[in-house]
Design a protein around this ligand. Structure first.
Ligand code: EPZ
Length: 432
């Protein structure tokens, strides 16, 4: 088992280079399955979700070749359809994109229901299934698998789809399936996150015809097939926001490099309210906190609102702000499990349904804490770096699903964090 040991209490200084966006990469890899030819994907983050999805493609006959650590060539010309077993799907929520991709390419998909981060509530995919149905697929959920079949021709048919709920996953999944469908598809009430635009741009650069990504309506004219090409993934908005939140909590000054400043506006706005200085210099942000942190209120919303995936990291900083802050989580009904760990560090937080009320304290104290999901894990690193004393963070496999070289990047900023291997508790017990 891996643990992170953190000695907190020091400000952060230096530069951090932001990797490619996880939530774009985990959709673009399944999308590569639809391409007849070689996709060269640049700026791919080195994270465990990417490794897992590439290995699923490899099991389907894809040829995978890394040109360097962040550039991969995927050739799915001779890939074949295969069931995606529970053991793979449970480890990565984005495995659900394989349904759209397999349906588009082969007209059938058998994929185990996805796992991924557990926020303590349900994570429905009814809107994905509604979209596949509208495109003419027969979809059944049986023995933990989603079995989807296109009609007799083996090809989906374009349709008009109105989503009942703004969903990142459903928007991308339907877009994937419709890219190779017969005729035109219009999807309304779609999500507008930067990674949705990125996936549409990827597909278009391989020959798809998708318009309107980034607005409320996406229009897709189905094409017969997609061809190979080269594509570079956008920088990760949430990874950048995580390092910005770390400076808010710890103090100091860092340069967050290789970002798209426009994508950061919803996060920057909150940090400015909290007394953090943020200056845009080309595709970098200079982030500085020398004075005290101020309280603020946050309500999570689909893009361009404040992202739910930044909520725990900002909460870590708000634990140390002057005054009372209120966080309203309106995307996931319960994403506050991490607050129990913060309380063990001396934070004053009260959770009531989808509200967290945070009373700022003078300082946090190091403690043994456990990450319960990816962003909660990132928030725990931030809290531990800001706290006085030593913290031990377990559950770090969640963090490594989505943050490339997190230890090295924080260490370069002066954070005292190390990764150590310790025997599993079960192993230790049986050894003892
Ligand atoms: C994506 O999850 C992200 N994951 C999540 O990031 C992120 O929290 C979420 O979008 C919201 O921004 C990936 O991109 C792989 P949704 P997704 O469908 O697609 C409801 C991270 O930390 N809903 O936009 O699964 C749902 O319950 C991860 O990087 C339905 O009701 O989220 C939620 O309330 C965690 N029916 C809301 O919509 C559906 O069919 C938004 O979910 C689908 C969703």
């Amino acid at each position: 088992m891996t643990k992170y040991i953190v000695e907190g209490g020091n400000p952060l200084f230096g530069e951090v280079h932001i990797s490619g966006a996880k939530n774009a990469a985990v959709a673009i890899i399944p999308a590569a399955l639809m391409v007849n030819g070689v996709c060269r994907i640049e700026n791919i983050p080195q994270i465990s979700d990417v490794t897992l999805l590439l290995s699923i493609l490899q099991d389907m006959g894809a040829k995978i070749r890394f040109l360097n650590k962040n550039t991969v060539e995927i050739d799915c010309s001779s890939a074949h359809n295969a069931r995606v077993p529970y053991d793979s799907a449970r480890r990565c929520r984005a495995s659900y994109y394989l349904i759209g991709a397999l349906l588009g390419r082969f007209g059938l998909a058998d994929v185990a229901l996805p796992g991924g981060c557990d926020f303590g509530g349900t994570r429905p995919i009814d809107q994905h299934l509604k979209g596949f149905n509208a495109l003419g697929a027969q979809v059944e959920v049986q023995s933990g698998f989603i079995n989807a079949r296109a009609g007799e021709t083996g090809r989906l048919k374009g349709a008009n789809i109105f989503l009942d709920k703004v969903s990142v996953g459903a928007t991308i999944n339907i877009m994937l399936a419709a890219a190779l469908a017969e005729g035109s598809t219009v999807i309304e009430n779609v999500a507008k996150e930067p990674h949705i635009v990125d996936v549409a741009n990827f597909l278009n650069s391989m020959g798809a015809n998708i318009r309107g990504a980034g607005t409320d309506i996406i229009k897709i004219r189905g094409v017969e097939q997609l061809h190979g090409g080269t594509y570079s993934i956008i920088p990760d908005q949430i990874e950048a926001g995580t390092y910005m939140a770390a400076v808010a909590a710890c103090g100091g000054q860092i340069k967050v490099c290789n970002i798209i400043p426009k994508h950061m506006d919803c996060i920057t706005a909150k940090l400015l309210e909290m007394g953090v200085e943020v200056e845009e210099i080309e595709d970098n942000l200079l982030v500085r906190r020398i004075g005290p942190l101020m309280k603020t209120n946050i309500k999570t919303m689909p893009y361009p609102g404040f992202p739910t995936d930044m909520q725990p990291q900002l909460a870590a900083a708000l634990c140390l702000a002057h005054g009372t802050s209120i966080i309203t989580e309106s995307v996931w009904s319960s994403r506050f499990r991490y607050t129990d760990e913060f309380k063990r560090m001396g934070a004053q937080i009260q959770v009531d349904g989808n509200l967290a009320i945070i009373e700022g304290v003078e300082h946090l104290s190091g403690a043994q804490i456990e990450a319960c999901d990816l962003r909660a894990g990132a928030a725990m690193i931030i809290a531990a770096l800001a706290a006085y004393g030593t913290s031990e963070i377990t559950g770090v496999q969640y963090i490594e699903r989505g943050y490339e070289s997190v230890i090295e990047k924080f260490r370069k900023l002066g954070g005292n964090i190390t990764s150590v291997e310790v025997p599993d508790e079960d192993e230790a017990l049986s050894a003892g």
